[in-house]
Design a protein around this ligand. Structure first.
Ligand code: ATP
Ligand code: MG
Length: 447
């Protein structure tokens, strides 16, 4: 039979083991920062009823009109792979009664999203988002806090030159007047608009501002801006947000062109943008969506959130040459010669692992030289070689693989404690190397 050669689908990525440390670094940062702000993790299904996305993301958005992976299961259900995390998260908060547990409710997630887009750098068909949602507050302090959380992540990652753009797209009240003005503006050039946008003209003219087609975006350049149409309440909300951001020393720029690609937004919208990774520069996007929960549950409940594209975050970190936390390597490789020694090596590994030490031994049946080569490749911190003479003397030499230093240790029940002590001093000396530079850079030395 001919071999079946399968490649990964276009727009998807494998994260191979040697690259995982980058993901672990970034996921560690986002989770720790979210926890520090009092957000709790939530997990939701990969697919939901298509109707959920159509209702919440909006039926005139690119995501729903062009990018959704919809699947019809046997029977009659119509499901879609989640194109974003907010709709499912809000559905879960409602369905599990979490919104009855007091306000605000603050949750975060790390999940994969699926959009049928044209793949390019920073634009995939399966990508990953870190996102947060806060429900139960209409106060602009909440907007500032959520923006501050995103900013903390960007700062902790070490990213430079990321710009924060904010805008307000008002509430349904100001939106009605704005829509009328937009319709009038675009109606004059209706026959130049792309087919999709011509359809949007009646239903949702604001979506035209978000169209990626060059002609539509050129026409959109001269369109009226929402900020001129804000009602008193929305204007005050936007001004207070700016006041809080300034107080928190978070720099921003008002950009009336930001409308966001999803329909559920109201009032505050924002984006963190980098110029380092080409056209796909929006690392994080979010805003307030005061009407979404009511749309899905019937009960009004203001809320807000953001989502960060993790591939774009990692890409920017790589472009800026930033550090990722080093990959965890093997603590000890126990090489062996002969059957008895190999049994002893397995036993020692099992004991060490029970203590949380990462220990490895030969499971291939290789000679000593090949075993040591493998230990090197693993980046093992220490190694030990067991043979007949070691078994007889019940001692062996522990080798520090970095310095070549050797110490003789008992290989009976005392080995574990002795090795742990070596490991701790190894870790401490690794830290000592880094610390003086940290201090010098932060300029903290006062005496
Ligand atoms: P864009 O304007 O770049 O298409 P968007 O407005 O569609 O972004 P959101 O729906 O707000 O994006 O998603 C939040 C974040 O998820 C984006 O800021 C981006 O970092 C990331 N993201 C969105 N789509 C993709 C994709 N196809 N591939 C990789 N990351 C993505
Ligand atoms: Mg998009």
């Amino acid at each position: 039979m001919a071999t079946l050669k399968v490649q990964r689908p276009k727009g998807t990525q494998d994260v191979v083991p040697s690259q995982m440390y980058k993901w672990n670094t970034v996921e560690g940062i986002v989770k720790d920062t979210a926890s520090a702000y009092g957000f709790r993790e939530i997990r939701i299904p990969t697919f939901e009823d298509t109707a959920l996305f159509v209702r919440s993301v909006g039926d005139t958005t690119d995501v729903v009109q062009k990018e959704m992976y919809s699947v019809t299961a046997k029977g009659d259900a119509d499901f879609s792979l989640r194109p974003e995390g907010t709709a499912g998260t809000i559905r879960a908060l409602i369905e599990n009664g979490i919104l009855n547990e007091g306000f605000p409710q603050k949750v975060f997630y790390v999940l994969s999203c699926f959009r049928h887009e044209k793949p390019q750098a920073g634009r995939l068909r399966e990508f990953h988002q870190f996102g947060v949602e806060m429900a139960g507050t209409k106060d602009p302090r909440a907007d500032a806090e959520v923006i501050s959380l995103a900013k903390s992540i960007i700062d902790t990652a070490g990213l430079r030159g990321i710009k924060l753009f904010i805008n307000s797209i008002g509430c349904p009240e100001c939106r009605a007047k704005y829509h009328a003005a937009l319709k009038e503006y675009f109606a004059g050039r209706a026959d130049e608009l792309c087919d999709t946008c011509r359809g949007r003209l009646e239903k949702n003219p604001m979506r035209i501002l978000d169209c990626k087609s060059p002609v539509c975006s050129e026409i959109a350049e001269g369109a009226p801006v929402i900020l001129d149409y804000l009602c008193e309440d929305c204007r005050e909300h936007f001004e207070k947000l700016q006041q809080y951001l300034t107080a928190m020393d978070i720099k921003f720029e008002i950009n009336p062109k930001i409308v966001r690609g999803l329909d559920y937004y109201t009032k505050t919208v924002f984006e963190f943008v980098t110029t380092d990774i080409g056209a796909q520069g929006t690392v994080c996007g979010g805003g307030r969506y005061d009407g979404l929960i009511e749309t899905l549950s019937g009960k009004p409940c203001p809320a807000l959130g953001f989502a960060m594209g993790l591939e774009r975050l990692i890409l920017t970190m790589e472009k800026q040459g930033l550090d990722f936390a080093a990959e965890d390597t093997c603590d000890i490789y126990i090489a062996s010669m002969g059957d008895a020694a190999s049994v002893k090596a397995m036993q020692m590994c099992a004991e060490l692992r029970a203590d949380g030490v990462s220990a490895e031994c030969d499971v291939v049946g290789r000679g000593l030289k090949a075993q040591m080569k493998y230990a090197d490749k693993l980046g093992a911190k220490f190694s030990v070689v067991l043979g007949d003479s070691e078994l007889e003397s019940q001692t062996a030499e522990l080798k520090n693989m970095q310095t070549g230093e050797k110490v003789t240790l008992p290989i009976d029940e005392r080995f574990k404690a002795a090795f742990n002590a070596m490991l701790i001093s190894h870790m401490l000396s690794a830290e000592e190397i880094e610390e003086p530079f940290d201090e010098l850079e932060s300029g903290d030395i006062t005496d």
